[in-house]
Design a binder for this molecule. Structure first.
Ligand code: ADP
Length: 193
């Protein structure tokens, strides 16, 4: 099963992608996590991404496309994956189509988690307060405002792109974690039969 999870910051993509990895062995491919690892390592990509991420802006397409295409072609992804936080722009979606075409892989579904903007600030501030490793550099009110603006301007068109391909599904991301997981599982099981 090859999935994309779309949704605004704080929608719960990471939580659901981690569950899909535990429960179904679908590899979680989170560009946010990969970039945070690069920042922690102090690599060239990390140095470039650090300030951009802290301000809630997008890392350039060429960089994230390079990172994801190297990872998605590893053998462990052949049995299934969930893209979490990628693609975030139309150019990234188009680049992903080319990478998948080259490797002969097709997506099974793109699932959009729908959550009201008003709920997101609460969720992000709760995550920041509860994180055992301290808050992420971008989990504060100012960066979140920017991340939401960027989401509506650049990532919402990605949903329309997949809708036009006929593979977009939406779930109610305002439900609790179990409720969202159930809706996603229903879509996956429907695709498998
Ligand atoms: P969230 O979905 O909660 O905003 P992520 O961990 O997915 O968090 O992303 C954190 C930050 O990493 C983004 O705000 C952005 O700066 C950078 N980032 C992650 N994925 C991408 C991407 N596909 N394209 C550009 N920047 C990205």
């Amino acid at each position: 099963m090859k999935l994309i999870l779309l949704g605004p910051p704080g929608a719960g993509k990471g939580v659901q992608a981690a569950r899909l990895e535990d429960e179904r062995g679908m590899i979680q491919l989170s560009t946010g996590e990969m970039l945070r690892a690069a920042v922690a390592e102090g690599s060239e990509i990390g140095k470039l991404a650090e300030g951009i991420m802290a301000h809630g802006e997008l890392v350039p397409d060429g960089i994230v496309v390079g990172v994801i295409s190297a990872r998605i072609s590893q053998p462990d992804c052949a049995n299934g994956f969930t893209l979490d936080g990628f693609p975030r722009t139309l150019a990234q979606a188009e680049a992903l189509d080319r990478v998948l075409e080259d490797t002969g892989v097709s997506l099974d579904a793109v699932i959009e988690l729908k959550v009201d903007d008003a709920a997101l600030l609460d969720r992000i501030l709760t995550r920041a307060a509860e994180s055992p490793c301290g808050p992420r550099a971008d989990d504060n009110e100012e960066a979140l405002k920017k991340r939401l603006q960027v989401y509506h301007a650049q990532t919402a068109p990605v949903a329309a792109y997949y809708n036009a391909q006929g593979i977009l599904r939406s779930v109610d991301g305002m439900a609790d974690i179990e409720g969202v997981a159930k809706q996603i599982a229903d879509i996956i099981d429907e695709k498998r039969t």
